[in-house]
Write a protein that binds this ligand. Structure first.
Ligand code: G3H
Ligand code: 13P
Ligand code: ZN
Length: 309
């Protein structure tokens, strides 16, 4: 099975009411923790690197690590938030099977033009493309119905965007945000906007960024051993479950949850065993908590366990 693009996987996710977790990794420990969890639960999975993760770990090293860990579950290797054509070309030329071109901060016509350019190159190389329309709220922004409506993805524009670019999936803005501080008040996602978009683009795959739930047990554990994460909060898992099972959200991006969990694990061992200088001891514990969180998402939130074909 191994590495593949998003085409058949996203269609299956729509048909069978689940979403595929897209987990960010930056090293062998995080990659292994994610893939071990997906393997154990027989779930398709997306592993992804941002351009800064690529700068940190090296693109050839990333591809080699992923290849070395392939088993018989389907895996997409995705470029997260590519900003330029060159970012996407570099990922495609180095074995990534899906790329995201994030031109959402550009004017509509420029977003279309850049996305089209990436789609053309990607499709010629059997690689699928995700684009983004709408603006995800910034860290600590209050997301509420009264907030600037213009930030959310415009359903009519979404239809035009998909038709004119030929993109394979679309990241939409319905109230999620990146990072570990997502809501000032009550958590709210605009499922009404999502439904309007889905009506105009039936059976099209959509993506949720900024979808960490910020598990409070891991936050507390990290804080117990010195982390300062006051007020960290995420998207309630019930909302993510609704997005994954009742809507055509096929890819849910998670990075912050893994960062918090890994940090908690490393801090725990360093605090409990101040005499240790064996990196394996604390990295192993970070990995264990990342693995735990990924398994929980797959089983209880994304409904993707046993969906690997
Ligand atoms: O959405 C962004 C991801 O969380 C990656 O963040 O650029 O710090 O690797 P990063
Ligand atoms: P979180 O910060 O909510 O984990 O979002 C990650 C993400 O969207 C990566 O592209
Ligand atoms: Zn993102």
């Amino acid at each position: 099975m191994g590495l593949q693009n998003s085409k058949t996987l996203y269609l299956d996710a729509i048909k069978n009411n689940y979403a595929i977790g897209a987990f960010n990794f930056v090293n062998l420990e995080t990659l292994s923790a994610i893939l071990d969890a997906a393997n154990e639960l027989k779930s398709p999975v997306i592993v992804q690197c941002s351009t800064s993760a690529i700068k940190y770990a090296g693109i050839k090293e990333i591809y080699a690590m992923v290849q070395a860990k392939m088993t018989n579950i389907p895996v997409i290797l995705n470029l997260d938030h590519g900003k330029t054509f060159e970012d996407c070309k570099n990922a495609i030329d180095n074995g990534f099977t899906n790329v995201m071109i994030d031109a959402s901060s550009l004017p509509f016509e420029e977003n279309i033009a850049l996305t089209k350019q990436v789609v053309e190159y990607a499709h010629a190389h059997n690689v699928t493309v995700e684009a983004e329309l709408g603006v995800l709220a910034g860290v600590e922004d209050e997301i509420s119905a009264s907030n600037d409506e213009a930030k959310y993805t415009n359903p009519v524009q979404a239809k035009e965007f998909v038709e004119r670019t030929g993109v394979d999936s679309l990241a939409i803005a319905i109230g999620t945000s990146h990072g570990i501080y997502k809501f000032n008040g009550e958590a709210k996602l605009r499922f009404d906007i999502l439904s309007k978009i889905e009506k105009l683009l039936p059976n099209f795959p959509f993506v949720l960024h900024g979808a960490s739930s910020i598990p409070q047990d891991k936050v507390k554990l990290a804080e117990k051993y010195g982390a300062k994460l006051k007020g960290a909060n995420g998207i309630p898992e019930t909302m993510l479950f609704e997005a994954a099972t009742k809507h055509n959200i096929v890819k849910v991006n998670v990075d912050s949850d893994l960062r918090i969990s890994f940090t908690a694990g490393v801090r725990e061992i360093l605090a409990l065993k101040p005499e240790t200088v064996d990196m394996r001891e604390y990295l192993k514990n970070g990995k264990k908590y990342v693995n735990e969180v990924v398994k929980e998402k797959i089983e209880k939130v994304f409904n993707s366990a046993n969906k690997a074909k």
